[in-house]
Design a protein around this ligand. Structure first.
Ligand SMILES: Cc1ncc(COP(=O)(O)O)c(C=O)c1O
Length: 429
């Protein structure tokens, strides 16, 4: 595949933008080589500036569950655009999207919109600390919650890929109150609570992790987290930036059932590809937020009208068309096809899948936490990644990411992807 123009554009970008990218994973550091520069997207396809077409399993890292440039979403944004790009004053669209999220996610009684997932988790942590009047927080190794200082400890995703879990520039003081426990480790969580009795403000987790590759909660883990939080007076925060409206219309909490978090963070799909994040939950907790309560949080572009229009249109389509059963079936078929191809090629692997999220781990062990995830063969992943890209399949450029299927990936594309994987994996065994 010829990517000459992308190569030239990457050289140009690197002269003016650190690493040529505005978010590190995009630089392909984990797989080596240079990224294609994207010219446009259409449905399930991405087109690069050299005219190459790819079946897209990244979907802008999660938001594009309806594929690229869905005509109804584009029309809604165009209509909003003609009325003005930002007002810094209340609009009807903000209440409309808030009502849609609250209707879909019963644990959310009030919600505040921000402009990214990072802002959402940062704000939720602040609210939890303000509400409980406690400072310490518990997070899990391999869960990524954005680049919030206090959460950039043993973070997954790009931070894991780059082997740089905590970052220079994060003062020791801002992570002193962050306790890290291994995912799925109930005993570890109990020990953390016991060691800091009466001091834990909240536990934050991805109910299904996407940021060390897809890792599912073991039976009883989320219930145990909820029970411990309740008994210790701490809040439970589900970070559903990735899983919200992805695993079900009501997110992971609807899909998995049972556990009702006190606060939930959103991003990605609720903005339909526009910069939107949100945090919401129990009314008594959310009423701590300024101007009702004392916890300060604000944003010039929060609840931006274009972003709200994009999110509303996206959620309306999801609600009307309910693509979730089909997404689950097709993604499961894809996951099984990849596993069969890896087995036939003699490549040690496991595949994790739920709803339209999956990861093919180059690791024969079931991945239940970051320690196991980190034993994956990333060199083999890199060869797989490039083989797939050269056959027109655009995958996340790291072993430690979730792959996403969209509602417009046709069965024939799933077949094509499995056929490409058979070829590529056949060269790795
Ligand atoms: C679970 C989770 N939380 C938070 C974030 C941060 O969101 P953003 O990149 O919009 O700041 C991400 C981003 O990938 C995420 O996956």
């Amino acid at each position: 595949m010829n990517r000459e123009r992308s190569r030239a554009q990457f050289a140009r970008a690197r002269r003016v933008i650190p690493g040529g990218v505005n978010s590190p994973a995009r630089a392909f550091g984990a797989v080596g080589g240079e990224p294609p520069f994207i010219a446009r997207g259409e449905g399930p396809y991405l087109y690069d500036v050299d005219g190459n077409r790819y079946i897209d399993y990244v979907g802008s890292w999660g938001p594009l569950i309806l594929g690229h440039a869905h005509p109804e979403v584009v029309a809604a944004v165009e209509e909003a655009l003609r009325k003005g790009t930002s007002f810094g004053a209340p609009t009807e669209a903000e209440s409309e999207l808030a009502e849609m999220v609250i209707e879909a996610v019963p644990s959310v009684e009030r919600i505040r919109f921000v402009s990214s997932g990072t802002e959402a988790t940062m704000s939720a942590i602040r609210v939890a600390r303000g509400f409980t009047k406690r400072d310490k927080i518990i997070k899990f190794a391999g869960c990524y919650h954005g680049h919030v200082d206090s959460l950039l400890v043993k973070a997954g995703s790009g931070a894991m890929t780059y082997g740089n879990p905590s970052s220079p520039g994060v003062p020791v003081g801002s992570t002193n109150d962050t306790i890290v426990v291994e995912f799925n480790d109930v005993a570890g969580l109990e020990a953390a609570f016991a060691a800091s009795r009466g001091q834990i403000a909240c536990v934050i987790l991805e109910p299904v992790v996407g940021n060390m590759g897809v890792v599912l909660p073991e039976a009883g883990f989320l219930d145990a987290a909820q029970a411990l939080c309740r008994s210790q007076g701490a809040l439970l925060i589900f970070d559903e930036v990735m899983t919200g409206f992805r695993l079900a219309y009501g997110g992971a909490q609807a899909r998995l059932g049972g556990v009702k978090p006190d606060l939930t963070t959103f991003g990605k799909i609720i903005g339909g590809g526009m910069p939107v994040g949100a945090y919401g939950g129990r009314a008594d907790v959310m009423d701590c937020v300024s101007p009702v309560g004392p916890v300060y949080q604000a944003g010039t572009l929060s609840g931006n009208p274009l972003a709200m229009a994009c999110g509303i249109a996206t959620l309306k389509i999801l609600k009307r068309t309910n693509p979730f059963p089909r997404l689950e079936a097709e993604t499961s078929r894809l996951a099984k096809g990849l596993a069969a191809a890896a087995t036939a090629a003699g490549v040690p692997h496991t595949v994790a899948q739920i709803g339209s999220m999956f990861t093919l781990f180059f690791n024969p062990e079931k991945v239940v936490n970051q320690t196991v995830a980190s034993r994956s063969d990333t060199m083999q992943f890199a060869r797989y990644f490039w083989g797939m890209l050269d056959r027109g399949v655009y995958l996340p450029c790291s072993q430690f990411e979730a792959n996403f299927v969209s509602a417009v990936h046709a069965p024939t594309m799933i077949d094509e992807t499995i056929a490409a994987a058979r070829e590529v994996l056949g060269t790795l065994g």
